[in-house]
Design a protein. Structure first.
Length: 320
């Protein structure tokens, strides 16, 4: 889960040379950042370094990554009329640097480990576009869904189309699996998810290149897991708010799961990290189809040695 980041000195050194968007738009630098955790940690796959909001820049919403604030949308879209004016995103000309980064990483990996591409799910990307940035209550997003459902569906349709072409472009460039991040979908009630999100996420996943594994992930989704399974994906991500065995039962044993260590646990002593990893592996009970992972991204305060200790523990404890 988001392997590269501020917890790594190699990444911090890169950020001293590049702004975030500048880094994401530079294929050579983005490829280097993608490869850093593979070399440092010995993980079993590489995860592309990019950002879920790159595909919204062509919408003219004024994307900026403000220092200390994260992504900011200066011209949020909050009405049906504003949504009607949005153009179709020409993904291929908007983000060619992402596809080039994939090709560079693929060559550098040379088959040692697979490369996972990723994108934001339509709901999470839409929530940024509507709210103007991260939110606690998602008031504007929910108001749009409830008051102007046609506008909401139009916005989601634009994002489904763009995201499908974004992920298929990554696959064509060499990604061997893709992950769809619905990081903020846990703010929704189950019925709202089924009404306003599930049809669009399903349309996205069905539009992806056949026979490429799709990881479908969200946070705060314990009550949404059966619906997320219905939306699609070969692997359903579980965050730390649900026991892995119970989450797996909720989505069905015939689908794989990914998860689900609390990222904050990586700040604990190594012995505690190993204990928690062993507990999660115990819940998986040796069944095929479990990808050990964090329940969300590595926190900036995390000691690199602790991440390395987790990787080593999982390899040791899950060895057959």
């Amino acid at each position: 889960m988001r392997q590269a980041g501020r917890y790594m000195p190699e990444y911090r050194a890169m950020r001293e040379r590049y702004g975030f968007l500048e880094l994401a738009r530079n294929p050579e630098a983005a490829a280097e950042v993608t490869l850093q955790p593979v070399a440092r940690l010995g993980v079993d796959a590489a995860i592309l370094f990019a950002d879920i909001l790159l595909i919204v820049e062509p919408l003219g919403v004024g994307l900026e990554f403000a220092k200390g604030e994260g992504p900011v949308i200066h011209r949020p879209v909050r009405t049906e009329a504003a949504i009607a004016r949005l153009p179709r995103v020409d993904v291929e000309s908007a983000v060619p640097f992402v596809f080039e980064a994939v090709r560079r990483v693929k060559r550098a990996l040379d088959g040692k480990v697979p490369l996972i591409g990723f994108a934001g799910a339509p709901f999470t990307v839409a929530s940024y576009v509507v709210e103007g940035g991260p939110s606690r209550d998602y008031l504007h997003t929910k108001r749009l869904m409830y008051e102007e459902p046609e506008g909401w569906n139009r916005l989601m349709g634009i994002l489904v189309d763009a995201t499908a072409r974004y992920l298929n472009g990554q696959i064509a460039a060499g990604a061997e699996a893709v992950q769809v991040f619905d990081s903020w979908v846990g703010v929704l009630a189950p019925d709202d998810y089924r009404t306003f999100v599930l049809p669009h996420t399903r349309a996205l996943i069905r539009a992806l290149t056949p026979n490429i594994p799709v990881i479908h992930f969200g946070t705060g989704t314990a009550s949404l897991l059966p619906s997320m399974r219905a939306a699609g994906g070969d692997v359903i991500g579980l965050d730390w708010r649900v026991d892995l065995d119970l989450g797996w039962a909720a989505v069905g044993q015939d689908v794989a799961v990914q998860g689900n260590l609390d990222p904050v646990a990586l700040l604990a002593p190594v012995a505690e990290i190993r204990r928690r990893a062993a507990a999660i592996l115990g819940q998986a009970a040796g069944r095929p189809g479990h990808i050990f992972n964090l329940g969300h991204g590595v926190l900036p305060q995390t000691p690199v040695d602790h991440v390395h200790a987790l990787v080593d523990a999982v390899h040791e404890l899950s060895a057959r």
